[in-house]
Design a protein around this ligand. Structure first.
Ligand code: NDP
Length: 264
């Protein structure tokens, strides 16, 4: 019998994860099938996962913090983070992981001489990236629209600002982790602030993939080297797939198959 996997999110129709994981399952003859699951209420994640008899799942916006709460056990980097993007069903338990941050490091590996990073946004992805960047020894600043969302960053070794209190500096890399531009044409921070930020940065990256967001359009206009979220998606997907198939497939093969989705 085929194992069922899925991605929980709202919205979720844009997600490429089903294509990526199904490409691996089909071409490497793994008996699995991966689908999209639109979930409005994050507190229903656990019961939905169990009702659908899933073997594993990914979690996207806005349920990554709810996914952490849904797990029986959380392993590795995600444990202190409180943010889960991958769940694996193991001996009757839901085991949580976070593969986003390592996926992002994979994505920016070609950007050189990075030291100071500005993260736009303070949601689940921002938290994962911030913790990983600090672990890697980068100097990190976080800028968010709502001041209250910054509270959980105050215990981390990073500078935090809301729009009103922000004083721009110069950065090596600016990363958009907000969902601004995902389904609309908004910038992640007001135009006058983003202009100042982009005039003083070497590289830009966006977690959003599949479109040139207004943030990246501006980076392009200013001739700043940039990356959209595709490589991050690929990086996190490879790591998640490895967890799903539990050592039955080689990482190099997973990588080769998943990469095909981005070559179309
Ligand atoms: P969360 O819901 O946890 O956080 C959303 C953040 O975006 C908050 O900081 C929120 O600010 C901010 N925000 C939302 N709308 C706006 C707006 N119009 N203007 C300014 N700020 C805004 O989301 P996640 O962290 O889970 O995901 C964020 C994005 O990253 C999504 O677009 C997701 O698709 C993408 N992503 C991509 C991945 C990839 O593999 N490429 C992996 C993970 C995420 P506030 O606190 O003020 O509400």
């Amino acid at each position: 019998m085929k194992k069922l996997f899925g991605i929980f999110g709202n919205p979720v129709s844009h997600s490429k994860s089903p294509l990526m994981h199904n490409m691996v399952f089909k071409n490497l003859h793994y008996k699995g099938c991966y689908t999209r699951i639109l979930l409005e209420d994050g507190t229903k994640l656990r019961e939905t996962f169990l009702n659908l008899k899933l073997s594993g799942a990914n979690i996207t916006v806005p349920h990554k913090e709810a996914a952490f709460k849904a797990c029986d056990e959380v392993r590795g980097f995600a444990k202190n983070l409180g943010v889960v993007n991958t769940i694996v069903y193991e001996n009757g338990k839901l085991i949580g992981y976070n593969t986003d941050a390592d996926g992002f490091l994979y994505a920016i590996s070609e950007f050189k001489n990075i030291n100071k990073i500005l993260i736009l946004g303070a949601g689940g992805t921002a938290k994962a990236l911030c913790a990983k960047f600090l672990e890697e020894g980068f100097n990190v600043e976080v800028l968010n629209r709502s001041p209250n969302r910054l509270e959980s960053f105050k215990t981390m070794e990073c500078k935090t600002s809301a729009w009103e209190s922000f004083k721009p500096s110069s950065y090596d890399l600016v990363v958009n982790t907000t969902s601004a531009g995902l389904e609309d044409d908004s910038l992640p921070v007001p135009k006058e602030i983003i202009e100042q930020i982009l005039n003083n940065t070497s590289y830009c990256a966006d977690a959003i993939y599949g479109k040139l967001t207004p943030f990246l359009q501006l980076a392009k206009q200013k001739k700043i080297p940039y990356k959209d979220g595709s490589d991050m998606l690929l990086g996190q997907g490879i790591l998640a797939n490895e967890l799903f198939v539990k050592n039955t497939l080689q990482k190099e093969d997973i990588q080769k198959e998943m990469r095909k989705i981005f070559e179309f």
